[in-house]
Structure formats: C-alpha cells, structure tokens
Design a protein around this ligand. Structure first.
Ligand code: FAD
Length: 488
C-alpha cells in the first residue's frame, strides 16, 4: 500500500493533480478526503452543516463534552485499527463498558449474568425460555426472512419477546415481522444462545462477539476529537472544506457526472465525485434518472433520531455508559450517561448529563414537537423510570435532531435498493459511501473503511466492492475481538 501510495502520489503531482469532490464531512467523507490527499489528489469537501464530523460530532453543552448518543468505536479489522491509531496517537483511553437492559421495572445486566437473570425472571421464566428455545431447535422454521423469524429461529420466541421485540419496534417504528432479516444478521450474526449463556456463566474471557465486549477505545475528548484530527490532517495536506453549503444538484451526461451545483449557486467540476449525502436525495437531484429508478429510490425511507440532553445536579446517578430501555411505558429507547465514559468529558463539573434517544419518522408529530414539549416528556420519563434520586434536580435541557440517520431495512427493501445500486454503478466517476450515502446501517468503523477503500479504488483502479461493506457477508460483524477492542 505504501508503495502504491508513493507511485500514485508521484503520478498525480506530475499530471497536475486530479480533482475530487467529496459531498459531506462525516466520518466516511473525511476519511475518503484524507486518503485521497495522501495519494496526491486535489480534494474539496462540501458540507451542508456548520461543522465537520456528521453524526460523530462531539458537542460542548453545559460546560461538558457529549457525543450524539453513545458512540463506541469498535473494530477487529486491521486496516481500520491501524488508521485509528495513526490518527488518534495516544489521545485515547480505554472505557470499561457497562450497559444494562431496562424492562418491566427491572435491570438486566448486558451481557447477561446468570444470577441477575435468575433473580429478575425467576426459574419458571427461565424454564420457559429454554423450552421455547428447545422447540425451535427441534422444529426449525423453514424461512427466516424477517427480523422476527430470524431471532425466533436463533433464540426462541420467549427470549425474542423479552429482549428483542419492544426495543426493536421503538427503534424502527414498524413491527419486527416487517423488518428485513438482514438487519439481524448484520447486527447479531453468530451471537448464539450458547455464547450468551456461556458468557453469563463463566464471564467474558478470551475472544468474543462484538455485542458482548466489555472494554473499548475512546478518544479522550469525545468521538468528535478523532474527526477533528482528521480535519487537521486534511488542512495540512492542502485539502479544502467548505461548510454551510449544500450540494443541490448533480449534472450527469451519459455515464459521467460533469459538475455539481451548490446552495450558494456555485458550480464545481471534478474528475471524481464521492457522495455521502442521503442516497434518496442524490438520486432525486441528479438529472436524467430513469423513472423506474426514481420510483424505486422513493420507496426507500429513513428513521430520524431526537436526542434530549438533561443536566442533573448529581454526580453518581447510575454506573452504566448507556441503558437500553425496552419498557413500552416510556417512548425513549436508550439513555446515555456521559459521566461514566471518561473524566475528560466532565472535568470539574459535579453534574451529570444524560441523553435520552427517541426515534420517529419525518412526518410524525413527534419529529415536529417543540423543544419545550420534548423537555417536559424527557423529564417526566426520567422520573417514571426512577433513575433520579429524590433530591436531584434537572437543571437544563438541550435538544439535537438528527434526520435520516437510520436507513429502514423494511422487508423487501432490497428489491428497491438493488436496481438503484446497479444503475448508479454505471456512472463511472461517482462513488457512494457512508451510512446514508449507501443506505447501509453503518457504524463509524464501516464508514471509515468505506472512506479508505474508495480512495484506494480511485487511486489504484482496483475494484473494492464498496457496496458489500457491512452487508451480511463475512466481513466484520462475525469477527472475534480482543479485550481492548483493537488489535496492534
Ligand atoms: C444515536 C447514534 C448512536 C450511534 N452510536 C454509534 C456507536 O456507538 N458506534 C459507532 O461506531 N457508530 C455509531 N453510530 C453511527 C455513526 O454515527 C455513523 O456510522 C457515522 O457517523 C456515519 O458516518 P457517515 O460519514 O457515513 O455519515 P454522517 O455522519 O451522517 O455524515 C454525512 C455528512 O454529509 C452531510 N450532508 C448531507 N447531505 C449533504 C448535502 N446535500 N450537501 C453537503 N453535505 C451533506 C451531513 O451534514 C453530514 O455531515 C451512531 C449513530 C447515531 C445516530
């Protein structure tokens, strides 16, 4: 790779530099830009918001640092971990993960622990779980096309009802029977009941599944600090980042993008275009797209997140990094306690910041609710869960809305996505990467990898199978992890 970089860099310098335009300064766009600059390309990023980092920004609120919900960096892939270490240097810490599931007024340790499950559920429920698991093993379902079928086949119906159904339906806003099994296979692939039970009995020793890992590497000034470092590298290498400017149109001629139009009216030309903007927006804002492709892309949709931050005058509320809230009596699905990540986030403050996550569709009343309505709801729900001691007060609230952050894997969505992907592959100087850029449920590690690989493909001409990253292929999710969460 080092040799390839050198030759491409040299060729670029000699041929007066080839121009690349990157749409979006989230993780995938930043990494792509940084890597292309290292190959000697001339790179400009256009970002619609006023900051870099996309969903991986860290924010300063109430004199502390917080992420947009919990952001745990995790990968077993050497390429990604080498890049992480190259950028972060020593400016990271190892966070001990503690997470629990809140369901029916009880806390379940996650990963599960035998004593805790027994005392929460009792021996009869446990027997029920084992019987329902035994039944599916004896008579496995013929089809596992939906999330519900997939999880029931793997864990039994009773465990599905307790640990999967309510949370998943809050997140996606549609029944589990309408969610494509690809989401399950991507997120919990190879996690078996046996592995879960084994971890519950003998603890977490040796290599284990991603969802069971109990330590992870974390940038000491928040997730966004990692991306700020990439931004610095981009600036040092002569790249340009244009903020507060949206890409509103892509001009296509035959199988090439010729230029893009920005919200301020400017038109920019390049040799290569890398898009991380929502796939649906990209297709709808490119000329000469066949009607059948427009019909397909407009059937794809996203789910939005609303984050409500609450500042509490108490420094020891609970010890979890985050809690999955399965209980149907409250609307939020997850609470993050940033106090439990690392001290450099809260410094001298004696207060804790909690972040409640809500999910909705674009036309839902919830997405349109005012900040005041959201504060009232979040404060009430915190009290409902009994998470605040009697004498603690909620001092301040803050709302962040993240549109289009979950591509919805509704059953049959691939029938709409695949023709769009096939069509876009025919535009030979356009590359689509990232979470909403490629309509994939990416974590930041997947977006980083897409950024690295798109640069490699452009520089070396070697096809990288970008659309396969984070699919249900053997990549990543079924890998085994060491304790620290990174190798090397
Ligand atoms: C609540 C929450 C929790 C998460 N937790 C984790 C976690 O624990 N671990 C983990 O690894 N990942 C986590 N993620 C996922 C992670 O944030 C994403 O995978 C990552 O940010 C995706 O990067 P990206 O570059 O693909 O997209 P984004 O971060 O969305 O970046 C896309 C950028 O494009 C810009 N843009 C959009 N349209 C245009 C346009 N027309 N013109 C110009 N710019 C445009 C956007 O403003 C944005 O900055 C979480 C996400 C959320 C929402």
């Amino acid at each position: 790779m080092a040799q390839a970089t050198f030759f491409v860099f040299f060729a670029n310098v000699l041929t007066n530099q080839i121009k690349c335009l990157v749409i979006g300064a989230g993780p995938s766009g930043l990494v792509a830009a940084h890597s292309l600059l290292k190959f000697g390309y001339d790179v400009t990023i256009i970002e619609s918001s006023n900051a870099i980092g996309g969903m991986c920004q860290s924010k300063h609120i109430f004199n502390q640092i917080v992420d947009l919900g919990p952001h745990r960096f995790f990968s077993s892939d050497k390429i990604i971990n080498d890049y992480f270490r190259e950028i972060i240097g020593e400016d990271f810490t190892t966070v001990n993960r503690q997470t629990r599931i809140y369901y029916k007024n009880r806390f379940f340790d996650y990963p599960l622990k035998v004593g805790n499950v027994l005392s929460n559920l009792g021996i009869f429920h446990i027997a029920g779980i084992l019987i329902s698991y035994g039944l599916v093993r004896l008579n496995p379902p013929k089809e596992t096309n939906t999330f519900e079928e997939w999880v029931v086949a793997k864990f039994g119906r009773k465990l599905f009802n307790i640990f999967f159904k309510t949370y998943t339906e809050k997140l996606w806003g549609i029944p589990c029977s309408k969610i494509d099994a690809r989401w399950a296979s991507q997120r919990i692939k190879k996690l078996s009941l046996w592995e879960t039970v084994k971890a519950a009995f003998i603890g977490n020793t040796g290599n284990k599944h991603k969802t069971l890992i109990d330590q992870f590497a974390y940038p000491i000034n928040g997730t966004g600090a990692f991306y700020k470092k990439i931004e610095n590298n981009i600036n040092k290498l002569g790249g340009e980042i244009i903020l507060n400017t949206k890409v509103v149109h892509l001009k296509k001629e035959k199988n090439q993008i010729k230029s893009i139009e920005l919200s301020d009216g400017r038109k920019l030309k390049a040799d290569y275009y890398i898009s991380t903007m929502p796939l649906t927006h990209l297709v709808n804002n490119t000329n000469d797209i066949p009607n059948e492709i427009l019909d397909k892309v407009n059937k794809l949709y996203f789910r939005n997140t609303t984050l409500v931050y609450c500042e509490i005058n108490n420094s020891s509320l609970f010890t979890d990094n985050w809690i999955y809230v399965h209980s149907p009596e409250v609307q939020h699905g997850r609470i993050t306690n940033f106090r439990n990540w690392c001290p450099s986030l809260y410094r001298e403050s004696k207060n804790s910041i909690l972040c409640l996550e809500y999910w909705s569709f674009e036309n839902d009343q919830f997405w349109l609710a005012s900040d005041e309505e959201l504060f009232e709801l979040a404060n009430k729900e915190l009290r409902t869960l009994n998470l605040l001691p009697e004498n603690s007060e909620i001092l301040n609230n803050h709302v962040v809305r993240i549109p289009k952050c979950y591509p919805v894997y509704e059953t049959g969505y691939m029938n709409n996505l695949q023709p769009v992907v096939d069509y876009l592959k025919g535009i030979n100087n356009l590359f689509l990467i990232g979470r909403y850029g490629s309509f994939k449920y990416n974590n930041q590690d997947h977006s980083i990898l897409m950024g690295l690989l798109v640069a490699k493909e452009i520089a070396t001409g070697e096809k990288q199978n970008l659309w396969e990253i984070n699919s249900d292929s053997d990549y990543q999710e079924d890998a085994e992890y060491n304790l620290s969460g990174y190798k090397g």
